[in-house]
Design a binder for this molecule. Structure first.
Ligand SMILES: [Ca+2]
Ligand SMILES: [Ca+2]
Length: 344
């Protein structure tokens, strides 16, 4: 598995959005069993290694198992969204354009399994949620012997709607006005609400860059700088799953990392790149031409955007400008989210 737990819905909906997305060269270069291929015939799955999995060696988390959301204030500003034509791994949907973003508040970490369970009463991976992969299902709780359930790990195997429902439930729990109205499965943002909500795609990239312009949002443009700042597909992964496309450096973590294990970016945000891909609010679509302010993206469609790459993403997949579109019902052990609140 890993790459994507494409639900069967994805098979129909993703043709244009995902065909050129997530799996791009690196994922499709892997080999795997037929029942592990996704709808595009790509292989996130590794070839099981003959030796036992090494233990994740992440440093102690700053937010281990926390059930409270620690928020950073993101300053208003203008940035260049997208990637330059020269960036390795770039895709055609990353057209650079200036975007102005208003100030907002953002969780410093991905939503943890403990946070999700404290609000919703269950942890999707722990209660047996399944990912979909090439028409097959598999348990979210572990991958090839690597355990993925831990209170301090990011919640994963959550659908886009799981994120919406968590956001509203967390708002109610904290006495805030829910940011979403849900009518017969149709979700609309409540204008002016200060409750918890997804980031827009533009807000996500703005916050993840935190003023940087490098492919992986690192201060240094060296690929190896990523391993000090993100849990990605690295040398640790390569040692177990030799066929995976990985970064050449080692971040010391084989599967998921505790949120906050890696250094924060300049705005106090951890794990924007890597660990789990993060659902955002936007439907997947072509960027608008020219300069824009607080773009919301398509409100619906066959797919919703997720960003940043996950623990199984190599250099192409973990780029800050990289975009991915998934059917909203998709689940995967590399797919989670974090939430924002409007206003400074
Ligand atoms: Ca790693
Ligand atoms: Ca992430």
């Amino acid at each position: 598995m890993t790459r994507f737990g494409w639900s069967w819905v994805v098979v129909l909906g993703i043709a244009f959005a995902a065909a050129n997305q997530r799996a791009q060269g690196e994922e499709c270069s892997r080999s795997c069993a037929a029942d592990q291929r996704d709808d595009r015939g790509c292989c996130p799955a590794p070839t099981p290694a003959p030796k036992p999995a090494s233990k994740p060696t992440a440093k102690p988390a700053s937010a281990t198992g926390s059930t409270a959301a620690s928020m950073a204030t993101i300053p208003a500003g203008t940035f260049l969204m997208g990637s330059p034509g020269s960036e390795p791994g770039r895709k055609g949907d990353e057209v650079q354009h200036p975007v102005t973003v208003s100030s907002f508040r953002l969780m410093k970490t991905e939503v943890t399994q403990a946070m999700f369970e404290s609000v919703m009463g269950f942890n999707p991976a722990a209660v047996g949620s399944q990912f979909w992969y090439g028409g097959e299902q598999g348990a979210c709780r572990e991958f090839d012997g690597v355990p993925l359930v831990d209170p301090s790990f990011p919640v994963m195997c959550v659908t886009w709607m799981d994120g919406v429902e968590f956001a509203n439930a967390l708002s109610r729990k904290e006495g805030l006005p829910p940011a979403y109205v849900i009518n017969n499965g149709v979700v609309a943002r409540v204008a002016g609400s200060t409750g918890y909500r997804f980031l827009t795609e533009a807000e996500w990239e703005y916050a993840a860059r935190a003023g940087t312009t490098t492919p992986h949002a690192t201060v240094s443009s060296s690929e190896h700088a990523v391993c000090g700042a993100a849990n990605v597909s690295d040398a640790t992964v390569k040692a177990k799953w030799a066929r995976w496309t990985t970064f050449g450096c080692s971040d010391g973590v084989l599967g998921l990392a505790r949120v906050g294990s890696f250094a924060a970016n300049a705005w106090g945000l951890h794990d924007m790149i890597g660990n789990v891909w993060e659902w955002v609010e936007d439907g997947y679509g072509v960027y608008p031409p020219g300069s824009v302010t607080d773009p919301a993206g398509p409100s619906a469609g066959s797919s919703r955007v997720d960003r940043g790459g996950g623990w199984d993403s190599g250099p192409a997949g973990a780029r800050v400008a990289g975009r991915d579109g998934l059917a909203p019902g998709s689940r995967n052990s590399n797919l989670g989210f974090r939430l924002a609140r409007s206003g400074p």
